[in-house]
Ligand binder design. Structure first.
Ligand SMILES: [Zn+2]
Length: 737
């Protein structure tokens, strides 16, 4: 494996979109149930990665070797039935007697081999073992010997560490990682034979202006390093892409180095998730037999379902390979209380969301010496419940028929420095609406829109997926042509994959409208009229029967219809003055401008030319929620596989494996639901559940896995009906097949 710079030609070779080319009739429920047979075993995952269901990470601090008791941790791993561990090895501090020059041994290590002791204890228990390395910081002696291994700021000066001032930030893209850390990884691998290396903070700290970066970047791209922060700047965009290629080639380099020692081993890179993540998720997913989702806790105004969203995003690119949900036990805020302990309820809801959304839990603790033990019991309880019910939680596939598309290229090249406001908030609006509507759904990566990947889905939602290539639009057209349904909002397909605005939507034919060239917004005091007279009892009006009008969104794309639309349930009431109050009366009571274009070319298409989803996330109007929910039901046009009726805010997920169907009901109902942390749980009453099964699948019996008791099933044709009397924090209905 070569470690030198990429040539210009290599750099220009773009990523090829993977396509399985499998065509499956996704539109029919029977096609949906049959695909489970196809989905299994598509990729070989070594047993060390596929078997463990409960992970535990112990990240040592430098003085731990003098104080901490390894037997306490080994006992805790055992008590919690942990079957895989991640232990601190090296990088910025080595916890074993390393022989590599400048690999800094813990100053408290003495004659001990802490890593070796812990690994030996874990191997006796039969756990999988990853060793954690962190290459992002180093010391004076290495800087003196290799000044070019240190990251440099825009003036070319070496960068001090922002938190530990005696340390230096290393360059992630040059010889420090490619040479020094390769030697560290090989030494750890040959001494201890772990199953893999978990990489923390390996992917750099922004632009580095060291001599290697300046030269390698110039050779690959022809550009000088730019100080611009927007990807609209060609040199900055080139750096953004070069960095990704550099890091992916680093992963490949490390993988081939450790696999000369253990062919089944793998580097497990720790990086972000979702549309705004700066590394292509397809590239990292392709290179690992499992990935770890590092979202230690929610913070600020994060919703309690955010861990579930992350799970869905990782599954979108990992497929059947395990996604592991890394949670911390402390508060996760900008003030970095790394030794804190969160409330038990908050830790618990976070982990329950993770498990309900298909992830295996990974508890991450810093410091082998505990300053606060309050979390130990709560984590043990969750792990023991998960261990007891492991058969229901393993090897399963989602029963979701709705997919929400997310797009890194849209976040990068269209959202750019405003990706949250212009991209992510649209997605969060749909996410909240789907959770509130109790509709099980999955996330779909926009680079994976081939028929095989889309086979499971009846309906795809595109929340302002502005940047789409012609090829991606062809895939979406093919999806609709074969009976798939599509919901899209705002500027979807108005830009190409590089973020360059088109003169019209690439999906204009599907939407049935053309862009006039005009954008409107922010619109104040604008409304939507419900056309009850023209469309009495239209499906879109469910729950809005007595509403003559509702609030509009904030930004609108002006469009001209290409055809006469048979259904125009919503029309625009344009903005009118909102002050002085004497002037606040509509100047135009009614227009024929549609706010939702509904078509049925083969599958169904619903296009909102405005930001209903983003506005919903900002304002959370119940009227918008009802319109979004009704649109999903109109588009999907089939009885849901699972419906859950009852009080409260529940995240509902549904799964199938070879022997069972499981339905998770996570009770998010809480005064702290939209801003944590939870203090306690508040039980919700009876939930009535309907499950539509195809004829060939027979339900034998059902259990509640939390209440730990049998429940009665009523059969009516292919529909199973049953109820859950009460839910405190979560309940799981397990139906044996
Ligand atoms: Zn550098």
């Amino acid at each position: 494996m070569r470690t030198g710079p990429l040539t210009r030609r290599e750099f220009l070779q773009s990523t090829v979109v993977a396509s399985s080319g499998v065509a499956i009739a996704h539109a029919t429920p029977s096609g949906f149930w049959e695909q489970f047979a196809l989905a299994r075993g598509s990729e070989a995952v070594p047993a060390w990665a596929s078997k463990p269901m409960r992970w535990m990470q112990l990240t040592l601090v430098e003085d731990d070797p003098a104080h901490f008791a390894p037997e306490f941790w080994l006992d805790y791993f055992k008590r919690t039935q942990t079957d895989a561990v991640c232990l601190s090895g090296g990088g910025c501090v080595a916890y074993y007697p390393t022989e590599i020059p400048f690999h800094h041994r813990s100053a408290w290590l003495g004659q001990r081999d802490v890593l070796g002791e812990l690994i030996a204890g874990c191997r006796k228990m039969g756990t999988s073992v990853l060793v954690r390395t962190d290459p992002h910081a180093t010391y004076d002696d290495l800087k003196t010997a290799h000044p070019d291994w240190i990251a440099a700021d825009a003036d070319g000066k070496p960068r001090r560490h922002w938190s530990s001032p005696e340390m230096w930030v290393t360059c992630a893209y040059g010889p420090y990682n490619f040479e020094f850390m390769t030697a560290v990884h090989k030494e750890i691998m040959s001494r201890y034979q772990p199953d893999g290396i978990f990489l923390n903070r390996w992917d750099g700290n922004g632009v580095c202006y060291c001599i290697h970066c300046v030269e390698n970047f110039k050779t690959a791209t022809g550009f000088e390093l730019s100080r611009a922060t927007s990807l609209q700047d060609p040199a900055r965009r080139a750096w953004f892409q070069w960095r990704q290629q550099r890091l992916i080639s680093l992963l490949d380099h490390w993988n081939s180095a450790i696999r000369t020692i253990n062919p089944e081993a793998s580097m497990i890179p720790n990086n972000g998730s979702g549309a705004t993540s700066s590394l292509n998720a397809l590239e990292t997913s392709r290179r690992a037999p499992m990935l770890v989702v590092d979202r230690q806790a929610r913070h600020g105004l994060a919703a309690p379902w955010l861990m579930g969203k992350t799970a869905k995003e990782f599954r979108a690119t990992m497929g059947n390979k395990p996604a592991i949900g890394l949670f911390g036990v402390g508060l996760e805020e900008a003030y970095r209380w790394k030794d804190s302990v969160n409330s038990n309820a908050e830790i618990r809801i976070w982990v329950l969301e993770s498990i309900a959304n298909g992830m295996r839990p990974w508890c991450s603790k810093f410091s082998g010496t505990l300053h606060d033990e309050r979390w130990l019991k709560g984590v043990e309880e969750i792990y023991l419940w998960a261990a007891k019910n492991q058969g229901y939680l393993a090897d399963r596939q989602p029963l979701a028929r709705v997919g929400v598309v997310y797009s890194q290229q849209t976040a990068w090249y269209y959202g750019d420095e405003h990706a949250d406001a212009r991209v992510e908030n649209y997605c969060l609006g749909w996410y909240q609406a789907l959770v509130e509507s109790r509709i099980p759904f999955e996330m779909v990566h926009d680079q994976l829109l081939d028929p095989g990947r889309l086979a499971a889905f009846r309906t795809l939602i595109l929340p302002n997926i502005a940047a789409l290539s012609d090829a991606q639009c062809n895939q979406l057209r093919a999806f609709v042509a074969t009976g798939g349904n599509l919901i899209a909002t705002h500027e979807t397909s108005l830009y190409d994959e590089a973020g360059k605005r088109r003169s019209n939507f690439a999906l204009a034919g599907l939407f049935g409208v053309d862009w006039t060239g005009k954008l409107e917004g922010p619109m104040l005091n604008s409304y939507i009229r419900l056309e009850h007279e023209a469309h009495p009892h239209h499906q879109l009006f469910g729950g809005l029967e007595d509403a003559p009008r509702i609030i509009n969104g904030v930004s609108r794309v002006q469009v001209n219809p290409r055809e006469t639309f048979a259904e125009t349930p919503f029309t625009l009431i344009p903005s009118y003055p909102d002050l002085p109050m004497e002037k606040v009366y509509p100047r135009t009571a009614r227009t024929d401008v549609s706010c939702l274009y509904l078509r049925r070319p083969a599958g169904r298409v619903a296009y909102f030319p405005f930001d209903i989803d983003r506005t919903f996330w900002e304002v959370l109007s119940e009227d918008h929620l009802k319109v979004m929910r009704n649109t999903i039901h109109w588009a999907s046009d089939e009885p849901p596989i699972v419906s859950v009726e009852g009080p409260g805010l529940l995240d509902v997920t549904a799964w199938r494996n070879a022997a069972s169907i499981t339905i998770h009901l996570v009770n998010l109902t809480n005064p702290m639901a939209m801003k944590g942390p939870y203090r306690d749980f508040f039980p919700v009453g009876q939930q009535s559940i309907k499950l539509n099964l195809p004829d060939k699948i027979e339900a034998k019996q059902a259990r509640l896995l939390v209440a730990d008791k049998r429940i009665e099933l009523s059969h009516s044709g292919s529909t199973l009906t049953f109820s859950v009397p009460v839910i405190l924090d979560h309940e799981v209905v397990a139906i044996d097949l």
